[in-house]
Write a protein that binds this ligand. Structure first.
Ligand SMILES: Nc1ncnc2c1ncn2[C@@H]1O[C@H](COP(=O)(O)OP(=O)(O)OP(=O)(O)O)[C@@H](O)[C@H]1O
Length: 306
């Protein structure tokens, strides 16, 4: 449904390389996640695929249409929910939805079945101005507007950024339901926990794809044993772990520091414990942990930087 072939984008006369020869494919009915931190190039990719931005190099198709030559067909085919709330703040909930239905030459009634589950949650506020809605409600309205012309592909750019945990969970449940209706979904997010909710993900950093696979395969491919370490002062712990020559990778993860050892066949923990005690650390905890997507991302990112 979506193919990108060495797609590139620069800004400021070529001085900012935002998207660097990105290639991937999204299959019909797939929930595909573009996962990466701020500035990774996610929005630039979405804007090119939705024909709002021209690529510098490379090509891409959406539902078989070329993003440059066939831009008009793509605009009729896709639904796009941009990262920033971009509906009309001075129009009411219902007026916004009516407006989007009208410009796509359809009506709310015609496609109500598709948005029903989402829209019923904001319908009690249908006369309220969009600008006066809460974050979660704005997001539901934006999704309803992106769906009202029954798109075959939905592009959602960071739909859950700045949204509370409950609304985030509800939102992903809505996406799963939309998937069962056969809609292909491309979603971007900086939240690593959301990556596991996608069928496949592309990890992106500085405009480059680091890995593309199912979340499980990405986690399974983690090559090292991973340990979580805790002590009273995480700051000194991190410094001392960085100075310890047998440690390979080392980064903070909540109240823990995640590390792996250069020699993965050896039993390194007793020696490390002795070293940390000698450095004056108290209440030390060392435990083996299963890597998550974030661990994989950081490892790939560090490799790329090196
Ligand atoms: N109009 C622009 N002019 C100059 N640089 C830009 C422009 N838009 C984006 N960039 C730069 O291109 C890079 C990629 O930005 P992009 O917005 O695509 O990333 P992103 O992953 O969506 O991050 P964010 O969530 O911060 O928008 C960043 O370095 C950004 O500063």
């Amino acid at each position: 449904m979506v193919t990108l072939d060495k797609l590139s984008k620069t800004y400021n006369k070529g001085s900012v390389l935002a998207v660097d020869k990105v290639s991937f494919e999204v299959n019909k009915g797939e929930l595909f996640g573009l996962i990466g931190p701020d500035g990774a190039g996610k929005t630039s990719i979405f804007r090119m695929l939705t024909t709002l931005l021209l690529p510098d190099e490379g090509s891409a198709t959406v539902d078989g249409f070329d993003i440059v030559k066939d831009y008009k067909s793509i605009r009729n085919t896709v639904g796009y929910m941009p990262g920033r709330f971009s509906l009309y703040q001075d129009l009411s909930v219902e007026e916004n939805l009516n407006f989007f239905a009208t410009i796509f030459n359809t009506t709310i009634e015609e496609n109500y079945d598709l948005i029903k589950d989402i829209y019923v949650q904001i319908e009690p506020f249908k006369d309220r101005k969009a600008g006066k809605l809460s974050g979660g409600m704005k997001q539901k309205l934006a999704l309803s507007c992106a769906l009202i012309h029954r798109p075959t592909i939905l592009f959602l750019d960071e739909p859950t950024t700045g949204v509370d945990a409950v609304s985030r969970k509800e939102f992903w449940e809505m996406l799963k339901r939309l998937k069962t209706q056969g809609i292909t979904i491309l979603v971007s997010t900086p939240y690593m926990d959301e990556a596991t909710l996608c069928d496949r993900i592309a990890l992106i950093q500085s405009g480059k794809i680091l890995s593309i696979d199912t979340p499980q395969n990405i986690v399974d491919a983690y090559p090292d044993k991973l340990f979580a370490i805790k002590a009273e002062s995480i700051y000194y712990l991190l410094n001392d772990l960085r100075a310890y020559t047998k440690v390979k990778g080392c980064f903070t993860f909540g109240e823990f520091v995640h590390i792996s050892f250069k020699d993965k066949s050896a039993t390194n923990e007793p020696e490390l414990l002795a070293y940390l005690k000698e450095k004056g650390h108290k209440n030390i905890e060392i435990k083996a942990v299963t890597p998550g997507i974030e661990d994989c991302f950081i490892r790939l990112m560090t490799e790329e930087t090196n």
